[in-house]
Design a protein around this ligand. Structure first.
Ligand code: PRT
Ligand code: ZN
Length: 226
């Protein structure tokens, strides 16, 4: 264990679509955190917790490797990391503690408005731009559709117009981005929301007791919101 002070470590997205609500959730449980500073690690002032603020893509691996105890992450990123690790024969151990009911989105295939789409077979031998190639490949493999990918970590929605790909597979919430780019959603292949995950590494008894309390408070907060 390379955690000398034995405080509970929680990884959250530093800035992006999950960060505000991740912070709000912890604060609603009574955790005092000073997030004005742009630091990687923030120590809670009133609880035995250190927050690690990182890119969302790093969170599943940090939890699976036991570098942090807990993480708040979108299921799509978690699933993609699991698939990558399985393919590389690495550990994928973690516990799903809670679905958090924010960060809802769907991971969908989309094609140009004018393109004909009658089912996954319409994508045979096409090139598909995406940031999550593992989930996409699993879906099209199951359908027996051969395709190639164009890996993009941003601007996926402009790929067809730019001539980089024939179709895209991207996260959608309102659908406004697809519409603005002349694309239509033709297949939802995965539904995602933010989740709280825990490393398989055993916690010391104080941290375990503290985590139990935190989870009770979270449960209470989430029920109150309903
Ligand atoms: O910098 P870092 O790597 O941490 O962040 P990121 O840019 O990789 O991720 P970020 O902050 O964009 O998203 C984090 C997580 O939020 C995602 O992994 C999802 O689990 C969740 N989420 C929920 C979304 C959306 N909704 C969403 N709409 N992630 C991205 N989008 C994007 C989408 O890619 C597209 O560009 O929003 C656009 C579509 O939105 P609509 O409303 O126009 O349909
Ligand atoms: Zn990311």
């Amino acid at each position: 264990n390379n955690n000398p002070n034995q405080r509970l470590r929680i990884a959250i997205q530093k800035s992006g679509r999950l960060s505000k609500e991740s912070q709000a959730l912890l604060k609603s449980c009574g955790m005092k955190i000073n997030l004005r500073e742009q630091r990687l690690i923030v120590h809670s002032e009133n609880m035995p917790v250190d927050l690690l603020r990182v890119r969302d893509d790093d969170i599943p691996g940090l939890v699976m490797d036991g570098v942090v105890d807990l993480g708040i992450i979108g299921e799509n990123v978690l699933e993609e990391e699991c698939m990558l690790r399985v393919s590389q024969h690495q550990d994928t151990n973690f516990k799903l503690l809670k679905r958090l009911d924010f960060g809802h989105c769907r991971f969908s295939l989309a094609v140009a408005d004018e393109d004909e789409y009658t089912g996954p077979q319409s994508l045979a031998n096409k090139r598909i731009a995406t940031s999550y190639p593992g989930i996409l490949k699993r879906f099209l493999d199951e359908k027996g559709v051969e395709f190639s990918t164009c890996m993009l970590n941003g601007s996926v929605e402009v790929a067809p117009r730019a001539g980089l790909a024939d179709a895209i597979c991207d996260l959608v919430s309102t659908g406004a981005t697809l519409e603005a780019n002349g694309l239509k959603e033709v297949e939802v292949i995965y539904r995602s929301q933010a989740v709280l995950i825990q490393s398989d590494k055993k916690l010391n008894s104080e941290n375990q007791a503290f985590l139990d309390k935190l989870l009770m408070r979270m449960q209470g907060m989430m029920q109150a919101k309903e």
